[in-house]
Design a protein around this ligand. Sequence first.
Ligand code: NAI
Length: 388
Amino acid sequence: MIKKVGIIGAGTMGSGIAQVAATAGCKVVLFDAHSTVIVKSEANLERILNRLIEKGRMDEVRKEEIQENIHYARSMHEMEDVDVVIEAIVENLEVKHKVFKDIEAIVRPDCILATNTSSLSIAAIAGCLKRPERCVGIHFFNPAPLMKLVEIIPAIQTSEAVLKTSMATISDWGKTAVKVKDTPGFIVNRVARPFYGEALRIYEEGIANFSTIDHAMKTIGGFRMGPFELMDFIGNDVNYTVTETVFKAFYYDPRYKPSFTQKRLSEAGWLGRKSGKGYYSYTDNTLQTSETINTDEKVLKEIANRIIVMLINEAADALFWNIASAEDIDKAMTLGVNYPKGLLAWADEKGIDHCVYILDHLYDTYLEDRYRCSPLLRRLSTEGKTFF
Ligand code: NAI
């Protein structure tokens, strides 16, 4: 049973994870290399909890309980008696190795050492430890207190006991844990790639402008945000880097090829909302555009169908390669990135044959490996079966 949690890195993710653990009743020791970050983290939590009180979702007593559960540490040495450490520092293997080696010398031999990495392999992080079997990936989504999904990634070195405790702890914290193979992008950052990549491709081919593609995905697809709005929200620098990392990690599989359009925006500093300009402009945080939406129903349907089928193909391929179970792949996309439906259930609904037909049509048109149909989709189609 996990009672005391150490968190290294008090930035966006570390602070959010600390709030989740403290709210669930765990004692938290939160450390950051920069003391100013710690001060900011404490002030942010105060603001967040006050807002929850204003909304009537919490009272003063509960707020104090949560705050008292978090100890802002001056040194990692204050983590000597924690049950688990969750690392949420910069995404750099060398820096992470140094921190993992340092923390291993401080904590108990049975303490779990988890990483919140989005893109590094868990095996590579565990590789620097004396006891690599205690290392596991516990990947939260931003903002951690709001997003239900947590991907749990055992490395090839991870022990069954560590995996079991990690899964149980995340459930105790009120989150949905899905077990994922240690592969690039895990579930969400892999399966979501076509949402951005295919939208960019449709734009680059001149089929439609940003506003039309976003409109199609929201009205026909039922997504809360269109791909371009979402990339502007995430930041074109961040989103581009994730795509490039996944592309390289998959040995340059053309399916994950990044887009020049996004690269140029990132290079120009058109990062999206945070810089005031991206695919759209933002004044007082309100989206501005002079584009005209093409409202032709046929065009909108074609755009939405092409992107959704590419997403379905990615989800099917993740299942084909045993990255996670069909249930967990669908849960991951609805709870991790708020998709309106699980992609595999969506494939069943659309018809497997229809998905294969669209993919084969794209492949015949472009003769590019990017559009190859997953062997699993094709097999289901041949056998007349469905995912669920
Ligand atoms: P951030 O930049 O907000 O916070 C990182 C913090 O780590 C900074 O406050 C920094 O001072 C601290 N730090 C750096 N080196 C340190 C060291 N050696 N010892 C102690 N503290 C150190 O970054 P963010 O966004 O919170 O990301 C942290 C990790 O979580 C990364 O591995 C990232 O890939 C992952 N992640 C990020 C998500 C996001 O949407 N931002 C989502 C899921 C995972």
